[in-house]
Design a protein around this ligand. Structure first.
Ligand code: GAR
Length: 210
């Protein structure tokens, strides 16, 4: 695959995994419409057959697949099947965009340093499923979002990028999460742009994009 208008420049192949509404995915799909953007979404996968993200993929003419955990005898077999499906699309980067399942070391080792995830808080603060709710409950005045390289912990991998979002007195979980997602979409699109053009290295906990 080549970037339109720049013959011979390979566009990075993105496989995006999403469990929910997929607004982060949509931001990537929109960015990939720009000829100069250095990546293309080649497939979208979900653990939920009813994920809106799959509909967004279909509208964009991108391959979509759903692998619900309950369709497999156990979690290991689901994880292995997901790894096979993702690998079949030959990704340069696997993007977890609101994907609500943990992946095994076996899965991650197939794509070393190439699985990235976004989280709606400034890690290492407020990891886990309820980053926005936990930040509000703690009473922080600034929270945000984090893009990180996935390792076998929970939201603990090396940080690629972060963006800060102020918390307003009138915020509830929904309003704050919506504002975080605005920052998150920009962070994801802009950082992947740089990663795919320039490459990246992971040395211990330090990620650098030259
Ligand atoms: C995003 O805020 C993302 O950080 C979060 O789900 C949202 C997906 O939004 N992911 C996690 O919490 C992963 N633990 P979207 O469905 O609108 O793209």
């Amino acid at each position: 695959m080549s970037i339109d208008g720049v013959p011979g420049t390979p566009a990075a192949r993105l496989v995006v995994l999403a469990s929910g509404t997929g607004t982060l995915l949509q931001a990537l799909l929109d960015a990939c419409q720009r000829p100069e953007y250095p990546a293309r979404v080649v497939a979208v996968g979900s653990d939920r057959v009813d994920a809106e993200a799959l509909v967004r993929a279909q509208h964009a003419g991108v391959a979509a697949f759903a692998l619900p955990v309950r369709a497999y005898p156990n979690r290991d077999e689901w994880d292995r099947a997901l790894g096979e499906e993702v690998a079949g699309h030959r990704p340069d980067v696997v993007v977890l965009a609101g994907f609500m399942k943990l992946l095994s070391s076996e899965f991650l080792n197939r794509f070393p340093s190439r699985v990235i995830n976004t989280h709606p808080a400034l890690l290492p603060a407020f990891p886990g499923m309820h980053g926005v709710r936990d930040a509000l409950a703690y009473g922080v005045k600034v929270t945000g979002c984090t893009l990180f390289v996935v390792d076998d912990g929970v939201d603990g991998g090396p940080v690629v990028a972060q963006a800060a979002v102020p918390v307003a007195d009138i915020d509830d979980e929904r309003s704050l999460h919506e504002r975080i997602k605005v920052a998150e979409r920009a962070m994801l699109v802009d950082t992947l742009d740089r990663m795919c053009r320039l490459g990246w290295t992971v040395t211990g906990r330090r990620v650098s994009i030259p």
